[in-house]
Design a binder for this molecule. Structure first.
Ligand code: GAR
Length: 211
């Protein structure tokens, strides 16, 4: 069955393009690229943008031959120049979707306006819980544990001008176990993120008529 799906995409040339923005280890970025490589996500990743030149995602981009741009307040201390440099990448590399994969900086409104309903983010909680300013990385899981929640999870949502407030596209939940540390809970959630993200991207691309 899977083979026929892939054959259809190849015969009709149905494919979409995407860019990724990341700041950390890049495991979500890698999970997306591996699904592209396996032929399950009929897409091409045109670039990676990082705001931290030393992050793991940069190495993954090298492994998969994805062009990488480091754009941050270090490379562009002037806010206006920073935004201009970001927008230039999008103008020179037009994409269908922008996927945030552990990107820890707020996306400038100018970019959100340039790609309306085309920017997706993955967040390690069941939004609207544990989202918004301050809730990123391990802070999210610390909050969940402090409140003795019975479950947590991950959410894929559209990016709007308000942090973690855009339309929710999909969620998956995991149990919170007795004695969990923030790191243990983060690892359980992250494992689910890897399958949630590419499946949601695939469905959303179909909804938009890109596939
Ligand atoms: C992931 O858990 C992702 O959901 C989270 O950062 C981690 C990145 O891991 N994102 C946020 O907290 C954004 N608000 P990765 O670099 O291994 O993909």
């Amino acid at each position: 069955m899977k083979k026929y799906f892939l054959a259809e995409f190849i015969i009709f040339g149905l494919m979409f393009s995407f860019g990724v923005m990341a700041s950390g280890g890049g495991s979500n970025f890698k999970a997306l690229l591996s699904k592209v490589k396996e032929g399950l996500l009929p897409a091409k990743c045109l670039f990676l943008i990082v705001n931290n030149g030393d992050c793991g995602a940069v190495q993954i981009a090298k492994e998969y031959g994805v062009p990488c741009f480091h754009i941050s307040s270090k490379t562009h201390p002037d806010e206006h120049e920073y935004e201009k440099a970001l927008l230039k990448v999008f103008e020179e590399n037009p994409i269908d979707l922008l996927l945030l994969a552990g990107y820890m900086k707020k996306i400038p409104d100018s970019l959100v306006e340039k790609l309306p309903e085309r920017i997706l983010n993955i967040h390690p909680s069941l939004l609207p819980k544990y989202g918004g300013k301050g809730f990123w990385g391990l802070n999210v899981h610390r909050g969940v544990l402090e409140n003795q929640e019975k479950e947590s999870g991950a959410t894929v949502h559209l990016v709007s001008s308000e942090i973690d407030k855009g339309k929710i596209l999909a969620q998956t939940s995991v149990p919170v176990l007795e004695g969990d540390s923030p790191e243990e809970l983060a690892a359980r959630v992250l494992k689910q993120e890897h399958s949630l993200y590419w499946n949601t991207v695939l469905n959303y691309a179909k909804t938009l008529g890109l596939l």
